[in-house]
Ligand binder design. Structure first.
Ligand code: SAT
Ligand code: MN
Length: 609
């Protein structure tokens, strides 16, 4: 965009001395035929130019600076609103390495198909080169990537979500870094006088990981998880493969720091499927006096065993990509403070007449707004103002409760891991695993009702192991085995304790049994007290569950009966899970670690099933 970084045509002035990057950029430009190549610097000037251009092209609407400074509204094509799991592929060389939970195609076949799609796909557009690092640039071995994209919306979003730009590129040059090449196109060349649209995309979509080559190819979608390739594609799918090979863990987990009134400090990582409240838990405002939560991450944790034998977690991201609907002063006041500062992009929410954003669940319902589909909206409208998977994209540094350790490249030692799903029945509020292997069994059998974060039916119960179902970059049976191995190879006493939570259990009338949100601090308190050997629990067939008196319910408007229901382990309900778990495990054949069958046998025996 600026004269010094824009090349009128390809491969003429080298914007980098990194030969690998240069060669790849030239190769992609040759194939995709963009009008211009822009090497992204990540500077404020570049942000201004990009966002001005996005406003001019109609992709962005600038929000009222008195409400949300330096912030923008975008509305996607109505067909491009979520991750597309049926178009997402793990193209391992051997189909067995993809496993039964992913889509597979032979890598050569996929490359042939996509090369045809990519041919000339950037005509009339700018090709942006985004050097980025997931995690810290000062990490022992920084995890570099380069995303090539023809979407300015993606560049703006990547600048919020990842550390990117010139300083990253300079470091890559200095060390001759290897990097994950991540190619993205919206798949809408501007040829034959075709006018651009505010949200270019293509009905044909492919989100493809090549695990052996550590490479990502994405085509046809501009939506976050499909297009911001540092996030799910790199930091989970590709990184999970690296983690398997190198003995660490890449997980779909938030990271938070919890401090008790006595100053006891614990770090907790928690895995929940998309759109199940991870961001809200990460920024929790405790309702119980004296307890404090600080945030380190809301979506992804990379965890490695440190020299002291403990499991250290870093958040590889630089921003939050949170679900907007339902976010408000009550459910997540800290997210509200984060976005108030500005510098954010809001996608598929409503635009108010005074130039602010609004969504279902937010306070101050406007009398009139423009819906995410660009239509007039009033509180009487039959349609939602915002798509259920609409998002805010905002810098993590703006979070008022960001833990200072966030900036430590070594990460923080994790004390407890929570697995959680969205289940109306069966799963109690909180259960403590007996040990790491039992915790791995809990994670491997985690189940949840589907949400709007992925295209498809909402509310169907499916197994979502470790909340990683759409993100495991290899055979999920091998992934379970990797978890078991981490437990075996390390000092069990130093590994985090594992818990299973369910905020979403309902009573017979369909009402939530547990108030959730800030009240979840009561469950975190119990978790801490268990680790400190203070809180009581009953041993049940599925693990340790709080005795009614051990959970702090002071000041909570909840009957004893309701609490008992929230904590109940109903043997009949659990017996009904057994055939489902059996069927789930059978999918993995000999790749399923035998100890997980042993765990299931133990559960059956304890249930008398
Ligand atoms: O849709 S994203 O992948 O960007 C977010 C999520 O589903 O967790
Ligand atoms: Mn997520």
């Amino acid at each position: 965009m600026t004269a010094d970084t824009t090349q009128p045509h390809i491969g003429q002035s080298a914007a980098t001395t990194h030969e690998g990057i240069l060669a790849w950029v030239d190769e992609v430009a040759e194939l995709t035929q963009p009008d211009r190549v822009h090497w992204c610097t990540g500077s404020d000037e570049e942000w201004t130019e990009l966002t001005d251009a996005l406003v001019a092209s109609g992709t962005f609407t600038r929000l009222n600076a008195d409400k949300k400074p330096n912030s923008f509204h975008a509305a996607s094509d109505p067909t491009d609103v979520a991750r597309v799991e049926d178009r997402t592929f793990i193209c391992s060389v051997d189909e067995k390495d993809c496993g039964p939970t992913n889509n597979w195609m032979d890598p050569q076949e996929m490359k042939a198909i996509m090369t045809d799609l990519y041919r000339g796909c950037m005509r009339g557009r700018t090709m942006y080169v985004v050097p980025f690092v997931m995690g810290h640039l000062e990490a022992d071995s920084p995890m570099f990537g380069v995303e090539i994209t023809d979407s300015a919306y993606v560049v703006a979003s990547m600048r919020v979500m990842a550390r990117m730009g010139s300083n990253v590129l300079r470091r890559m040059e200095e060390v001759g870094a290897t990097f994950v090449p991540a190619l993205h196109s919206v798949g809408m060349p501007l040829v034959d006088g075709r006018a651009d649209v505010s949200w270019p995309c293509n009905d044909t979509k492919y989100i493809v990981q090549f695990p052996e080559e550590r490479m990502i190819w994405s085509f046809g979608s501009g939506y976050g998880g499909n297009a911001l390739l540092g996030k799910k594609c790199y930091a989970l799918r590709i990184a999970s493969v690296m983690a398997r090979d190198e003995g660490w863990l890449a997980e779909h987990m938030l990271i938070l720091k919890l401090t008790s009134p006595e100053g006891v400090r614990k770090y907790i990582a928690a895995a929940f499927p998309s759109a199940c409240g991870k961001t809200n838990l990460a920024m929790l405002a405790p309702t119980i006096p004296g307890w404090k939560v600080e945030t380190l991450g809301d979506d992804i944790a990379w965890m490695r065993i440190g020299d002291d034998g403990r499991l250290y977690a870093v958040n590889p991201e630089f921003g939050f990509f949170g679900v907007a609907p339902g976010t408000n002063e009550l459910t997540n006041p800290n997210a509200m403070r984060t976005i108030d500062i500005g510098n954010s992009v809001f996608t598929n929410v409503a635009l108010t007449d005074d130039g602010d954003v609004w969504w279902e669940g937010l306070e101050n319902t406007p009398a009139h707004a423009t819906s995410w589909k660009g239509e007039d909206w009033t509180p009487d409208s039959d349609e939602l103002s915002s798509h259920p998977n609409s998002r805010y994209c905002t810098p993590i540094k703006q979070c008022p409760i960001l833990a200072p350790e966030y900036d430590d490249p070594r990460g923080v030692p994790i004390d407890a891991i929570l697995f959680g799903g969205r289940r109306k029945t069966t799963v109690p509020l909180v259960t403590e695993a007996r040990d790491w292997t039992h915790g791995t069994f809990m994670g491997a059998t985690l189940s949840s009702e589907t949400t709007a974060a992925a295209v498809g039916q909402v509310g169907v119960v499916r197994r979502d192991p470790m909340a990683m179902l759409p993100f495991i970059g290899y055979n999920a049976g091998d992934y379970f085995n990797h978890w078991i191995t981490v437990g075996k190879d390390n000092d069990a006493a130093k590994l985090p304790k594992i818990f299973y939570v369910n905020w979403f259990r309902r009573d017979e009338d369909g009402g939530f049994l547990w108030p959730g949100f800030g009240e979840n601090s009561r469950v975190l308190k119990w978790v801490v007290e268990r680790m400190e050997g203070q809180a009581e629990a009953v041993e049940t067939p599925i693990g340790y569950v709080p005795t009614p008196g051990s959970l702090d319910t002071d000041g909570l408007d909840m009957t004893e009966e309701e609490l008992a229901q929230a904590l109940a382990v109903d043997v009949e309900e659990w017996k009904a899970e057994i055939p489902q778990i059996t069927e789930w495990f059978e999918k993995f054949g000999e790749n399923l670690p035998a100890v997980l069958w042993t765990e299931l046998d133990g559960l059956k025996a304890r249930l008398g099933a």
